[in-house]
Design a protein around this ligand. Structure first.
Ligand code: MG
Length: 385
């Protein structure tokens, strides 16, 4: 039993301020423990077996899913986030399994067509409480997955749910109970949640450079003017002057990720030493996040983010796709609202369960649309037109 406890909680390798599952706040519905798996392992497994997780493979990250087979999708993005987050968690002696569970679940609530889909759905939901993909990820694991006989949702632990809910308005927080409290008290989440959050940004910043360049939307000249890319470019060129373009490019990307992740670990370690938390509670009550890049690397990382925003996410070619996607989501929403009979039977029943309550109906329609893959949304759009 002692060995099993060691395997589950890794007490000899976890730092005292890590998330220990025996001190965790537990699940909403009490369940007996599993013989061979810890609680965060079970969370991760439940996420991987969920319907929403499988759909991530057909959801847009930046490029609409059918545009090419080599671009990131939400699924491969989530795997890259998990890989980066696990490296950081392990190096800092934090709970690697928890950080993996949070990373794999963080985008479960994303609509089809990436941010374009979320913006269109949010605009249509303005009078009905809005739509926010981060809140939707929590809704997916808490309410929308139907996998268990005795409860709705996946019944994940508090710590995984805390990590999924990255940001939240005070108004929404008040409706969420314990999980929303930190947004009212201005507290931080545990270090594992903080890591998953930054790993998300590190992953997309770097893989979007890769995808954007391969799609021909970003030029090497522009990229070289970015401090993070430019610095690695000079290094690689100096060491390997004969290197072909393709390998030069990937060698740069590889080194960029390595630089940012190494800085994150080193700088966070320094911060932990100066803040000196004794437990996860101290981490939560600290007035600012503990996990952070150094100022210098943060500036490089942020500069690249701004660059991608301007040159890639708002590129004409991406914009054309974005406009089309928005229009499709708007038409789908309007059609289902006008005629809930077009929804599958169980959604249609839920949509009309509250009689004439428009906001209850709108929420069901938003849940249905948010769950769609890109290609299913396109097929539904064609069918309803
Ligand atoms: Mg993400």
């Amino acid at each position: 039993m002692a060995l099993l406890a060691d395997m589950r909680n890794q007490p000899d390798i976890l730092a005292p301020y890590a998330a220990f599952e025996e001190h965790g706040a537990g699940r909403r519905y009490a369940e007996p423990s599993a013989p061979y798996r810890g609680e965060y392992q079970r969370d991760r497994d439940r996420i991987i077996h969920s319907t929403a997780f499988r759909r991530l493979v057909y959801k847009t990250q930046v490029f609409v899913n059918h545009e090419g087979d080599l671009y990131r999708t939400r699924l491969t993005h989530s795997l890259e986030v998990a890989q980066i987050a696990r490296t950081v968690a392990r190096a800092l002696r934090l709970n690697e399994t928890l950080v993996e569970a949070i990373s794999l679940a963080h985008d479960l609530g994303h609509t089809p067509f990436g941010h374009a889909g979320q913006d269109a759905l949010n605009a249509r939901m303005r009078d009905f409480g809005g739509f926010e993909h981060n809140l939707q990820s929590l809704r997916v694991v808490d309410q929308l997955e139907e996998k268990y006989a005795s409860f709705t949702g996946l019944n994940l632990t508090f710590e995984t749910r805390e990590g999924i809910l990255k940001h939240c308005s005070a108004k929404n927080a008040r409706e969420l109970g314990a999980i929303g409290e930190r947004f009212i008290n201005r507290h931080q989440p545990g270090l594992e949640a903080q890591i998953a959050n930054i790993a998300d940004a590190i992953a997309y910043n770097n893989h979007d450079v890769d995808d954007g360049f391969r799609a021909g939307l970003l030029s090497l000249d522009d990229l070289r003017r970015q401090p993070l890319f430019g610095e690695q470019y000079l290094d690689v060129q100096k060491t390997y002057p004969q290197l072909g373009d393709r390998r030069l490019f990937y060698e740069i990307i590889r080194r960029m990720i390595n630089k940012v992740v190494t800085d994150l670990i080193d700088n966070t370690q320094r911060r932990i030493e100066s803040i000196a938390p004794a437990s996860i509670q101290d981490v939560r009550e600290h007035h600012e996040a503990t996990v952070a890049l150094s100022d210098q690397v943060f500036e490089m990382h942020t500069s690249l983010k701004r660059f991608l925003n301007k040159k890639l996410y708002r590129h004409d070619k991406i914009r054309q796709m974005t406009d089309k996607s928005k229009a499709m989501i708007e038409v789908l929403f309007d059609r289902y609202m006008a005629n809930p009979g077009q929804l599958p039977a169980e959604f249609s029943a839920r949509a009309t369960a509250d009689g004439d309550c428009e906001s209850a109906k709108a929420r069901v329609v938003a849940d249905y649309i948010a769950g769609m893959t890109d290609r299913f949304a396109i097929a539904e759009y064609d069918r309803l037109n």
